[in-house]
Write a protein that binds this ligand. Sequence first.
Ligand SMILES: [Cu+2]
Length: 145
Amino acid sequence: MHRNLLSLLLGLTLVAPALADSVKIENAWVRATAPGQKVAGGFMNLTADADMVLVGGSSPISNAFELHFMRMENGVMEMRQMKEILLPRGKTVSLEPGDLHVMFIGLKNQVKPGQKVPMTLIVKGADGKEQKLDIQAEVRKASMH
Ligand SMILES: [Cu+2]
C-alpha cells in the first residue's frame, strides 16, 4: 500500500519537468513574395526553457519546409540547409533575414501582406521526445532591419 503510493508520487515528480519543456515563439513573420515566386523565408525568435532542438516543420502554404542558414562567403551570399537548429536553454535564438531562417519551398500561392501563415514547428527535447508547435506568422513586406 505504502509502496504503491510512493511509486505514484515518484511517477508524478518525473512527469512534471517534462511538461515544463517548451519553446516560446515571438515575432513570427513571413516575407511577402512577388507573383510567381516559389520560395518564402520565415523568421521568429525562439526561447526554450530547456535545451531543445528545432528539427523541422511543415506548412500548408508550401510543398516543403526547410531550416536554412545564410551567410556571406567570399563575397557571395550562400544559403545552406540545416538538419537542426539548437535552442539552448534560456537563450533567445533569432531567425532573421541574412541569417538563420525557415524556408517554404514550392509555394502554392503568392504570400501577401496581411495574410497569416500557419505552420507547425517540430522541436526535440533532451529526452529525444518530439513536440509539435502550431503557430501563425504574420506576412510582412520586408525586414525592419
Ligand atoms: Cu533559405
